[in-house]
Design a protein around this ligand. Structure first.
Ligand code: ATP
Ligand code: MG
Length: 288
């Protein structure tokens, strides 16, 4: 059990060793996890159909390396489905996803490399309740060791996981069972589990929805800072439109599975917002 190996003394030592000026957890351009230079990726005429229904229809968009893209749109517009296509978990019914210089995700080899370089913060956190916060973060590194290994996690990986928890302010809760964490704390464990992978593409599905505004703003700035400093490509589904404007270079507006807006965040004005959310049933007034 990992928790037997990483004890509280280890955590306290890490707390004192991890200074605010430590090396960033996400890799720099020159330090991509597998040493490769990674370009952006491009969705080409992607359609996702379930039964008779088109959830995404003819979606085309290049995603350049190193930027922050926000995906916004009404509930049910297809945002989570779009992220699933981007991380390779959902295969398009038509069209393709092309990695610059590496071919299509329909190739099993390309898909495997893409998955290794990609991390996702899931909308429902997808934590395992009965294990600790730290062990949940370590699961982000599951593909870095043999799946049947009976050995404890190597110390280096444990330190990376602890550093990721430190990044999101949860190191003191490293040994708490996920089941006992608050909604916002669970969400932060999900963010740490994605960051610990040192991805080249970081996808977040409403990654700040359970956080108070201050924490949401600081974690948003953390991810934006990483994207700017290290060339990691960040794509975030956001319901908070003010945050989308503040964090993203580019905003993609989805409605009924189609791209309605795709442009610089500065062009996403009130008129565009009203068009995107027009006639959306709302229980509590306008979107923020
Ligand atoms: N496997 C599926 N089978 C059938 N319908 C699906 C499936 N997955 C998603 N849908 C439908 O596709 C639509 C888009 O779903 P998606 O989860 O992508 O929306 P979303 O924009 O992320 O919504 P929200 O903001 O509420 O999270 C929804 O109406 C959903 O019910
Ligand atoms: Mg969703």
């Amino acid at each position: 059990m990992t928790s037997l190996v990483v004890g509280s003394a280890f955590i306290s030592r890490l707390c004192s060793v991890l200074s605010p000026r430590r090396k960033p957890l996400l890799p720099s351009r020159a330090m991509a996890a597998d040493g490769a230079t990674v370009g952006g990726l491009c969705l080409e005429h992607v359609t996702v159909q379930r039964g008779q229904r088109c959830i995404l229809t003819d979606v085309s968009m290049p995603i350049r390396e190193g930027g922050v893209t926000a995906i916004v749109g009404p509930s049910g517009a297809g945002k989570t489905t779009l992220l699933g296509v981007l991380n390779g978990l959902i295969r398009p019914t038509a069209g393709q996803v092309v990695l610059n210089g590496m071919g299509c995700l329909s190739s099993p080899e390309t898909l495997q490399i893409h998955r290794r370089r990609t991390a996702t913060v899931f909308q429902e956190h997808a934590l395992i309740d009965r294990i600790s916060a730290l062990d949940n973060v370590l699961l982000g590194l599951a593909d870095r060791r043999h799946p049947l290994s009976p050995l404890p996690w190597p110390a280096e990986l444990q330190e990376q996981a602890a550093a990721a928890l430190q990044e999101v302010g949860l190191l003191p809760h490293a040994h708490a069972r996920a089941a006992n964490l608050s909604g916002g704390e669970r969400q932060r464990v999900g963010i740490a589990r994605a960051m610990v992978r040192q991805p080249r593409l970081l996808l977040g599905d409403e990654p700040f929805s359970a956080l108070d505004p201050g924490l949401a703003a600081s974690l948003g700035s953390l991810l934006k800072g990483y994207a700017q400093a290290s060339g990691v490509t960040v794509v975030l589904v956001l319901h908070q439109l003010d945050m989308a404007r503040r964090l993203a270079d580019r905003i993609v507006g989805l409605r009924d599975g189609r791209v309605c807006f795709d442009g610089p965040a500065s062009d996403f004005d009130l008129a565009v917002q009203q068009h995107l959310f027009a006639s959306t049933p709302s229980l509590s007034g306008e979107p923020t």
